[in-house]
Write a protein that binds this ligand. Structure first.
Ligand SMILES: [Mg+2]
Length: 111
């Protein structure tokens, strides 16, 4: 299995090095970029319907662009993608009964 923590740290560093935008407008730029790339994912999927083609490779590429912007935004907010995952799990636990959350945690390494 890949070293996920090592990959995450490397990817965060990579996004810092490939970030080309005015730092004073960083948050705005990244928010707009994230929305744009999410739209590109949707557009690639839409074209599957219209053109009866398989755009899986393009959708995966565009999801990578979403990941880049999301990673940059997480960095701005002092988070990592893995922090976001854990925060989201905690949020979704709120929708479960305590028993459902307990069973899920027991079956998934205690998260
Ligand atoms: Mg794109």
């Amino acid at each position: 299995m890949a070293d996920v923590k090592g990959v995450e740290a490397t990817y965060i560093d990579f996004t810092r090095k490939t970030a080309k935008y005015p730092k004073r407008r960083e948050k705005e730029y990244l928010m707009i970029g994230l929305m744009n790339e999410a739209g590109e994912v949707g557009g690639a999927f839409k074209k599957e319907i219209r053109d009866h083609v398989d755009n899986t490779d393009l959708i995966i590429d565009e999801m990578g662009d979403v990941l880049w912007y999301l990673t940059r935004l997480c960095d701005v907010y002092g988070l990592k993608i893995s922090d976001l995952m854990l925060n989201n799990i905690d949020k979704l636990f709120q929708r479960m009964t305590p028993e459902e959350a307990k069973v899920w945690r027991a079956e998934n390494g205690g998260y």
